[in-house]
Design a protein around this ligand. Structure first.
Ligand code: GLC
Ligand code: MG
Length: 535
């Protein structure tokens, strides 16, 4: 369990990743949409906070049917976001500040406007026909199988001209590539090299577990746990359309491309249960460096459930597999809206003290909440396609709240999504000055974490207790920390089952507690988290 002497820690083990949704971070040309120059102008803020790596959601040319996750050119920059010169400048400015840049790579599907697809759909004997998943109808003319689209409706789209169906796991405008085709593989590996040659430090690979589908296209089985409020996609268990054994060969090949370069890193977006998720580290770690772990996003916010899952994850990691944690992203409700404002600091402390690389989502550091978007302003296709299910992702994608000026300092034009009414109170400017704010808390937490090897690379040992507290130690050589997090709004007593701890509180959700000595039974207020440096 103790880390071996030889373990070498790289930037992506020790660092903190910050996700930017580029449409919403900072607008520089006042068209109401964020852009690359905008991001550049805010890098000093990220550096000030202690962020070490930035991941930006797609910035490539795209018809924006899925806001950039439908790519029409893998080697360009959408004019909305700027130019390739702007990108080179961004990369340079990030590196100048000693930070890393991670791009979004979307290899599962292209836009239906991508030249590859335009060719592929042009005729049955086009050389690129087999680059996508084309199938004949069943004898009665119906779809090749029962697979559903994540965004609602069937996963198959009929092409009148060539009299076949093509498969799209997401929108009709996002046809899936055929990863069984070696030409497709090579084309995408070349895309990776294009950006790696430029000096990009890594990729976050979109829907990695979708990339290969069952060869025989067997029907997916019904989901016995389906309920009406869920997305229609959940009616079936995607047993044959996702997480197929062959995916690991593909991921290993992608990893080999990464390994042609120094210290590059690949994250996989994978929504699977722990025992499936950890297989994406690959055999002898020849897979993804970090298969995204969404446990803190998906599990109930409850101390015993989460403690169990944290331990299950720690126990399931393969030797040499480095853990990671996420509390929010552009597809999920914001943490403050999910667990409440009073628990959001506890969540931050959990994210930043567990063993493994944390990924933060822009705006969470100031406690931004999901912003209610009136029906006639909804933009997200997931929301528009299933209007009765409340699945729009817009509320978590609203403009960053920088200051109290018009449009929160995001833009001088009307932003593409509206701001909340309270942005004059909830913004970076106000919170920077307030030592009790969410932002000040995040910053101090990040600083402590990055100063203390025990907190960024130390090993993890549970400190079991009953009740509403998550409790664990982080240990590196002689340095030991005890982390206690009360997930309840009511006070709770930490009564360790097999040990006794004594030390000094070095960081707390209520800073007034800092500096206090504690020992044996430690009482916590509701919504309180503390970090104790053990004697
Ligand atoms: C991923 C992205 C999501 C997108 C989908 C299709 O889940 O995070 O935003 O809609 O893939 O590309
Ligand atoms: Mg702009």
């Amino acid at each position: 369990m103790e880390e071996t002497q030889e373990q070498k820690y790289l930037w992506w083990h020790e660092g903190i990743i910050y996700q930017i949704y580029p449409r919403s971070f900072q607008d520089s040309d006042n068209d109401g949409v964020g852009d690359l120059k905008g991001i550049i102008s805010r890098l000093d803020y990220l550096k000030w906070m202690g962020i070490t790596a930035v991941w930006i959601s797609p910035i490539y040319p795209s018809p924006m049917a899925d806001f950039g996750y439908d790519i029409a050119d893998y080697r360009g920059i959408h004019p909305l976001f700027g130019t390739m010169e702007d990108f080179d400048e961004l990369l340079n400015e990030v590196h100048q500040r000693g930070m890393k840049l991670i791009l979004d790579l979307v290899p599962n599907h292209t836009s239906n406007q991508h030249p590859w697809f335009l060719e592929s759909r042009s005729s049955k004997d086009n050389p690129k026909r087999d680059w996508y998943i084309w199938e004949d109808p069943k004898e009665d003319g119906s779809e090749p199988n029962n697979w559903l689209s994540v965004f609602g409706g069937s996963g198959w789209e009929w092409d009148e001209q060539t009299q076949q169906y093509y498969y799209h796991a997401f929108l009709v405008e996002q046809p899936d590539l055929n990863w069984r085709n070696p030409e497709v593989q090579q084309a995408m590996f070349d895309v990776m090299r294009f950006w790696l040659d430029k000096g990009v430090d890594g990729f976050r690979v979109d829907v990695m577990w979708h990339m290969i589908k069952d060869k025989h296209l067997r029907d997916n089985p019904p989901n016995p746990d389906y309920q009406e409020h869920m997305a229609t996609y959940e009616k079936l268990v995607p047993a044959y359309s996702t997480d197929q054994p062959e995916i690991h060969e593909i991921v290993a090949k992608m990893r080999a491309v990464m390994d042609e370069y120094e210290e590059r890193m690949m994250i996989g977006e994978i929504y699977l249960p722990v025992h499936r998720l950890v297989t994406y580290y690959g055999t002898d770690n020849n897979g993804a460096h970090l298969p995204f772990n969404f446990m803190l996003v998906n599990q109930d916010w409850n101390a015993s459930t989460l403690s169990l899952h944290i331990n299950e994850y720690e126990g399931a990691l393969p030797p040499g597999g480095w853990p990671n944690w996420v509390i929010g992203n552009h597809d999920q409700p914001r943490i403050t809206s999910r667990v409440g404002y009073s628990q959001a600091k506890v969540a931050a402390m959990l994210l930043l003290t567990l063993r493994g690389t944390p990924t933060m989502y822009y705006g969470d550091e100031i406690g931004m909440r999901d912003v209610p978007i009136p029906l006639d302003e909804v933009q997200d296709p997931q929301g528009l396609n299933m209007p009765d299910k409340d699945l729009s992702r817009d509320p978590a994608r609203t403009p960053m709240q920088w200051d109290g000026s018009e449009n929160a300092g995001f833009s001088e034009a009307k932003p593409w999504l509206r701001l909340p009414d309270n942005f004059r109170r909830v913004n970076v400017d106000v919170q920077r000055e307030d030592p009790y704010s969410m932002l000040s808390f995040y910053r101090r937490l990040i600083q402590l974490r990055q100063q203390e090897p025990a907190l960024h690379v130390g090993y993890y040992v549970p400190a079991p207790t009953k009740g509403t507290i998550i409790s664990f130690q982080r240990i590196h050589k002689e340095q030991k920390f005890l982390v206690l997090l009360n997930l309840s709004h009511r006070p709770s007593l930490f009564r360790p089952e097999h040990a006794s701890y004594a030390g000094k509180i070095v960081l707390a959700t209520d800073p007034e507690r800092e500096g206090r000595q504690v020992e044996k039974n430690i009482s916590l207020s509701g919504d309180e988290g503390i970090i104790v440096r053990l004697n």
